[in-house]
Design a protein. Structure first.
Length: 61
C-alpha cells in the first residue's frame, strides 16, 4: 500500500499532510490479526503527530 499511495501537495508539508490523511483512511481498511483497535489507535495518533509537526514547523517559518 505505501508504495502505491499517491500524495497530493506541491511541497513537503502538503505531501506529509496528505500522507497522514491517507494513513488514517487506510488503517481502517486493513484486515488481519494485527489490526486491533490498539494498532489502529497507534496509527491514528501517529497521523495526529504528523499534523502537529507540520503546524509547529509552519510557526517557525
Amino acid at each position: 500500500w505505501l508504495r502505491e499511495v499517491e500524495l497530493a501537495g506541491s511541497n513537503y508539508p502538503e505531501a506529509y499532510l496528505s500522507l497522514a490523511a491517507a494513513l488514517e483512511e487506510q488503517v481502517e481498511r486493513f484486515t488481519g490479526f494485527i489490526w486491533t483497535d490498539s494498532a489502529r489507535a497507534y496509527f491514528h495518533h501517529m497521523a495526529y503527530c504528523m499534523r502537529q509537526w507540520v503546524a509547529a514547523c509552519r510557526l517557525l517559518t
